[in-house]
Structure formats: C-alpha cells, structure tokens
Design a protein around this ligand. Sequence first.
Ligand SMILES: [Zn+2]
Length: 228
Amino acid sequence: MRDRLLHIFQETYRELRPRAPIPDLAVEFFAFVSINNTIRMREGKLFVRLSDLLEGAPDPVLRAIAHILLAKMYRKPIERAYATRYRRYISGQDIAKKAHLVRQMRGRKRIESAQGRTYNLETIFADLNQRFFYGLLARPRMTWSRDHARNRLGHYDPAHNAIVVSRVFDHPRVPCYAVEYIVYHEMLHLKHPVKLRGSRRCVHSLEFQAEEKLFPHLDQAKAFLKHL
Ligand SMILES: [Zn+2]
C-alpha cells in the first residue's frame, strides 16, 4: 500500500513538474479528527499526511488527492476533474458517515456539565447567589472538572468565564456545605477581582477574607476538605 501510494505521488509529481527532480517523499496515513490531508516541505523533503479515512480509497481517488496536494504545494491550478473526483468520494455516503463517527470519537468535545451525579453546580450557585449576594452575581458557566484532581478544589477560569469544581467532590459522602463552600469561595473571586497592591497580586484581599467568614459552615467545610 505504502509503495503504491508513493508511486502515485511520484507519477503525479512528474505530471505537474515534468522537468524538476522528484524530491524525497514520505507519505503516511494519519488519524486526523476529520478528513484532512496535509503536505509540507521540510529540508527538501515532502511530507504528506492523508486522513486514515482514505485508507482503502481506490487508486483514482488517491491520484486525485495527490494532484490536489502537489498542485497546492507548487501553486499550480487544480484540475477540475480531480477536484470533483475527490469531492465526490469524500461526500459519498459511507465515507461521510465514517467521518462523522470518527469526528465524534476523536474530537469529543469536553463534556462539561453543571449536573454531576450528586450535585448540580448551577443550582448551588443560584442558591448561594440569593442567600449571600442578593442575586446580583451574573452566573458564569458552572462545570465539574473532567478529572478527579484533588490539588485544586475549584477555580475560576476567566478565559472561559467558568467556575470549575473538582469532580472529587461530586459524591454523596461529600456534604453539601463543602461543595457550597468551594463555590462560594469562587463566587467571592468573581465579586473581588484580583487587585494589584504595589507589585504584589492580592488574591484574597481583606474584604475577601471578611466576606468569606460569613459562610455559615466555614470551619466544618474547611475541616472536611482538609481531611478528605
Ligand atoms: Zn481563592
């Protein structure tokens, strides 16, 4: 297969650039997230990667891909017949279905959700917002972390405007007040953005700390989290 593929690329190269010497070529199938084919020149060698969804494609289709990629590389016009043949092939029922399936598996979007097995973070946020913030805080995205990391209870991710709580705490043996405390702490971060005091970043300012003390189960929550 590899030799045949190489041969197809060499022949196609010959057609496109009859007089130029054929460079070293490496062609391989690659598990892209979706149907994708790439060509690159590095140190005089051409590296081609074809979507592994095209493994088993008939020669004329591989020839079409070789033409498209090499034409792109050398800025030659792409012959319409090749473009059509390639397009027809990848939009065919089977390959389209296969591509869709693979995309779902490989590109699986982080499944993030506020609803855990035990606790729903959006509900907790809404409740705390009413109890402690007059309902005034705008809710960011609430999500359980993907992993079960313990080193970070929770954090606010400004890039995604999300409060992320470690999934370890989504468990019936974790009391509700412990989860509430973690969320409450992050909500205080929303309310008290990090200030610069001189050159020092002040993450937990005095106002922050004072307000944290208003949480009714603060000591229990801290004790529980410490011994988890
Ligand atoms: Zn903090």
